[in-house]
Design a binder for this molecule. Structure first.
Ligand code: 5GP
Ligand code: MN
Length: 324
């Protein structure tokens, strides 16, 4: 694995950069792409920021978001490709995966333990709470100042990937970085309101119907919820409004593993896993072809929902039984 000094040097030498995050971008993916993009623009580089899917509306306030392109621009010019927060090539999404086979220099910045995207430069730090922390450290390594705009992107990356500093990935250094961002003037409370307290009415209607599916296993340690296309359509909610719903299942007293099933389309389901203290849900998701972190992971499974639910719940029960 490279160190940040190698990557800082490579970025200083490059003239044009394409920066990409993962499919269905979250706060860490977007915040990291934008923070790095704005920094490199400030250094006079030609920068393209892009991803396979549109950013959720809650991130509309992010500085630089207007420059974020959905889909790969056909005539994009770059001599270095930077990939952030993307653990496996498939998570880059259609149209982007092919970039890995190109002849440009590739820099991977990630915090997933099993991160496997190939690159000339790879900096993978599973102890980082967010890739936003890695970008913060990279900016320090480059000896540059963090502007208010870049600070807002970094704060968003960190606050979202730490579950508002609730997850055990949050370290004293996480909070020191955030303190420094606040000293620059990053309006943390205002950003929190934008992300967490400006939900449309449809979200609450969806929450009502999603909560009605909340089920907890007899052992009390596995809890799960579901959202179907029909539930979304009934209340006029979008897929992005399902973000965070898994945390309701996770916050049931005594629950160790929470599972959220979302119907992407007929016979195709996105599954989110969360754990509280012990179970490695990265391992759990890998059983179904996915992955992620020890406390947050996901996968997609094709098939009929009843069969998928019973298979996935059975695997989760086994995982909690194995920890005693
Ligand atoms: P979420 O449940 O919020 O969509 O995803 C939680 C985490 O699980 C993500 O940050 C990502 O690391 C991982 N993840 C989610 N879906 C997938 C997937 O389909 N494949 C892999 N490898 N990781 C995923
Ligand atoms: Mn992340």
């Amino acid at each position: 694995m490279n160190n940040l000094a190698d990557i800082a040097a490579a970025l200083k030498d490059t003239r044009s950069v394409l920066i990409c995050g993962h499919v269905m971008p979250d706060g860490d993916s977007l915040g990291s792409v934008l923070a790095l993009g704005l920094i490199l623009e400030g250094m006079g580089k030609k920068v393209t920021m892009a991803g396979a899917d549109p950013p959720p509306e809650i991130y509309d306030f992010l500085p630089g978001l207007a420059k974020y392109q959905v889909g790969l621009p056909p005539d994009v010019e770059f001599d270095t490709l930077v990939i952030v927060d993307c653990s496996v090539p498939e998570r880059l999404g259609p149209g982007f995966q092919g970039l890995l086979a190109g002849d440009r220099d590739i820099i991977i910045l990630d915090h997933h333990a099993g991160s496997s995207c190939p690159g000339k430069y790879r900096y993978i730090d599973p102890s980082a709470a967010a890739v936003g922390e890695i970008i913060y450290d990279l900016i320090m390594e480059m000896g540059l100042k963090i502007s208010l705009e870049v600070g807002m992107c970094l704060y968003t990356a960190i606050v979202t990937d730490t579950g508002s500093f609730q997850y055990d990935s949050t370290t004293p250094d996480t909070l020191r970085r955030v303190a420094n961002l606040m000293e620059i003037g990053v309006p943390a409370a205002q950003i929190n309101v934008r992300i967490y307290e400006e939900k449309p009415q449809a979200f609450f209607q969806l929450l009502c119907s999603a909560l009605s599916t909340l089920t907890t296993s007899r052992c009390g340690k596995v809890s799960w919820m579901m959202v179907t296309r029909e539930m979304l359509e009934n209340v006029g909610a979008k897929d992005e409004h399902t973000e965070g719903l898994v945390n309701y299942a996770r916050s049931v007293r005594g629950v160790e593993v929470a599972i959220f099933f979302r119907e992407i389309e007929k016979s195709n389901y996105k599954i989110s896993f969360r754990s509280k203290d012990v179970v490695d849900v990265d391992k759990l998701a890998r059983q179904f072809g996915g992955g992620g972190h020890q406390r947050a992971s996901g996968c997609t499974i094709e098939g009929e929902i009843d069969k998928i639910t019973s298979q996935v719940v059975a695997a989760a029960k086994l995982a909690v039984r194995n920890i005693g």
